[in-house]
Write a protein that binds this ligand. Structure first.
Ligand SMILES: Cc1cc2nc3c(=O)[nH]c(=O)nc-3n(C[C@H](O)[C@H](O)[C@H](O)COP(=O)(O)OP(=O)(O)OC[C@H]3O[C@@H](n4cnc5c(N)ncnc54)[C@H](O)[C@@H]3O)c2cc1C
Length: 307
């Protein structure tokens, strides 16, 4: 029986582990399908406080893990595939084995939706991004492409006009899902151009390990062409990793955990941290802060129960 199990080893989970371990709770961190979380697939992170020269994403998250281990956190490779939160202790099926815990921190993140082109996947962190706030700064005076037709795509495109020389929104349909106000804002921005009925077939140049151009196709006419681009931002949404908690945790229609104040969920003893609950900020620092909050809540919860 554990005092606390932390699901996820991204910024949120690892920071929760530092705090829980220093509170002597010997947390077990379940690393999941993506040990280190989203930062493990990026390169330079320039906006995490404390690193004037920036820091490599994988190094940053690995360092938080080492810090947690230093204070006694344990890490388990595997994923939570099923959870029984109907009574305490909570039970989690991690790969093939059930584990019991008094409290739980859900820090399982939200994975960016990608186009899933092999070339796109190979260039993540090398010109392909899913986060304008994170990476826009690298594309000052450059050509930027944003993929998507919803509010996120419009917001990212508008934000990127602060940096890019020209921003092209590529959308596979004629109509946009984006709200009128967001769409109008993008349409009225002289730096933003639109390409509709257009899909991306390939991102170049995998060999050079940097984005140089894309192959586009109008799916109505089948016309294909190449377009030079330096930054390729995919803004087609995120998928919160909450499948194991369906029907137990309060989730919004997109699957994000609904907060019941602070780090609390609808179930006493289960807390949330990071992008799994946050559809607004989605930053390493906010995830780390949320991990801290969840661990402090766990500590107080156990204390109040006399553990
Ligand atoms: C390419 C890219 C670049 C970015 N650059 C920056 C940047 O420069 N600055 C910045 O502040 N932010 C950046 N971000 C955003 C930042 O990475 C996220 O906001 C942050 O990682 C969120 O942390 P998290 O711990 O909440 O979730 P995540 O990092 O998503 O971690 C989730 C963890 O949960 C685990 N998990 C999922 N499901 C299960 C399960 N069923 N069982 C067990 N474990 C599970 C995963 O394996 C993973 O370890 C970037 C994101 C991306 C994708």
């Amino acid at each position: 029986m554990r005092d606390v199990i932390i699901i996820g080893s991204g910024c949120a989970g690892n920071t929760a582990a530092v705090y829980a371990a220093r509170a002597n709770l010997k947390p077990l961190v379940v690393a999941g399908h993506e040990p280190g979380g989203q930062l493990s697939i990026t390169t330079l992170v320039e906006n995490f406080p404390g690193f004037p020269e920036g820091v490599d994403g994988p190094v940053l998250v690995e360092n938080i893990k080492k810090q947690a281990e230093h204070f006694g956190a344990e890490y388990l490779h595997g994923s939570v595939v099923e959870a029984d939160l109907s009574k305490r202790p909570f039970r989690l099926l991690i790969d093939n084995e059930w584990h019991e815990t008094r409290t739980l921190i859900v820090a399982s993140g939200a994975s960016a939706r990608w186009l899933n082109l092999p070339s796109e996947q190979k260039l993540i962190g090398h010109g392909v991004s899913s986060c304008a706030t994170c990476d826009g700064f690298f594309y000052r005076g450059k050509k930027i492409m944003v993929i998507g037709g919803g509010d996120t795509a419009m917001e990212e495109a508008n934000f990127l006009t602060r940096f890019g020389e020209e921003i092209t929104i590529v959308h596979r349909r004629e109509e946009f899902r984006a709200s009128k106000i967001m769409l109008d804002r993008a349409r009225n921005n002289p730096k933003i151009k639109f390409l509709t009925n257009t899909v991306v077939d390939e991102v170049h140049d995998v060999e050079k390990k940097i984005v140089t151009s894309v192959k586009l196709r109008n799916w109505r006419t089948n016309e294909t062409w190449k377009r030079d681009v330096d930054g390729f931002f995919v803004a087609i949404g995120h998928i919160p990793n909450t499948a194991a908690f369906l029907g137990q945790l309060d989730l919004d229609p997109d699957g994000y955990v609904i907060s019941h104040g602070g780090a609390k969920t609808n179930i006493q003893g289960v807390f949330h941290a990071g992008d799994v609950q946050d559809r607004v900020y989605r930053q390493a620092i906010t995830a780390a802060g949320a991990g801290c909050m969840a661990a402090i809540e766990v500590e107080r919860f156990l204390e109040a129960e006399g553990h």
